[in-house]
Design a protein around this ligand. Structure first.
Ligand code: UGA
Ligand code: MN
Length: 256
């Protein structure tokens, strides 16, 4: 089955670097369809060009986050969820596109939400390919911990190893689960709730789809870390700004 990867992305200094790294990881994954959703009022030339040259099978979409829903400069990063409208737009496209593709094959597939800054091993894509409903695995470097993970006993998820609010329905990072396309199509209303309280974004989507008992543990009964919640440092532009003030800033025609 094809792995459909939905990635929200937004313009910033490190965007091209992040998308380059991600696209080159995906080039090593067979049968992957990348759904890139820009948080922008239109498709940007930077992303358009990168996708055209990527060599990947992809769909390029955009969906601007409403201003009152978007994190403002200086806000703490936990104040509002990110990538919500973009993931929902990816789901909307997928549901519509599958309806337009008749035949027994159009329901085969797995849906994964990959943020543009995380680090993905190739193995995680092979692990998720056999997802029947919802599969789960550990995520490294997340939640202020070395890793968070579902705890597996007798082949079933019985609770979650997390430092914060383990009572949440699904206390997992976005990078820690995949959903079968069939389940996504059978539940046309399932989406991410941007109004969900902090930490409940993943639960808002998964709640209507599965129970803890039904989760399919991957990565050797959730004993291996195959994806990392890495975050890229914001580059400092002090010298650039100083030079700009003297009319000596970097050439704007050079795409970074
Ligand atoms: C954590 C989780 O790993 C995310 O899956 C979750 O969406 C996020 O928290 C949240 O609370 O909303 P974090 O590293 O803090 O992730 O978030 P980012 O990586 O900054 O953003 C998640 C995704 O949304 C990225 O793909 C990013 O490119 C995108 N994004 C971010 C936008 O599309 N627009 C924005 O304004 C900001
Ligand atoms: Mn991130």
């Amino acid at each position: 089955p094809t792995v459909f990867v939905i990635t929200p992305t937004y313009a910033r200094l490190v965007q091209k670097a992040e998308l380059t790294r991600l696209s080159q990881t995906f080039l090593h994954v067979p049968q992957l369809h990348w759904i890139v959703v820009e948080d922008s009022p239109h498709k940007t030339p930077l992303v358009t060009d990168l996708l055209v040259k990527s060599g990947l099978t992809y769909t390029h979409l955009h969906m601007l986050t409403a201003k009152d829903r978007k994190l403002q400069e200086g806000d703490p990063s936990w104040l509002k969820p990110r990538g919500v409208e973009q993931r929902n737009e990816g789901l909307r496209w997928l549901r519509e596109d599958r309806r337009a593709q008749p035949g027994g094959d159009n329901q085969q597939g797995v849906v994964y939400f990959a943020d543009d800054d995380n680090t993905y091993s190739l193995q995680i894509f092979e692990e998720m390919r056999s997802t029947q409903r919802v599969s789960v695995w550990p995520v490294g470097l997340v939640g202020g911990m070395k890793y968070e993970r579902p705890v597996v006993e007798g082949g079933k998820v019985v609770r979650f190893h997390t430092g914060w609010r383990p009572s949440r329905p699904f206390p997992m990072d976005m990078a820690g689960f995949a959903v079968s396309l069939k389940l996504v199509l059978a539940n046309p209303e399932a989406c991410f709730d941007g109004e969900a309280p902090m930490g409940f974004l993943e639960s808002s989507f998964l709640q209507g789809l599965v129970t803890m008992d039904e989760l399919e543990p991957k990565a050797d009964n959730c004993s291996k870390v195959l994806v990392w919640h890495t975050r890229t440092e914001k580059p400092k532009m002090k010298r650039e700004e100083a030079l700009q003030a003297q009319g000596l800033g970097s050439d704007r025609a050079v795409e970074v």
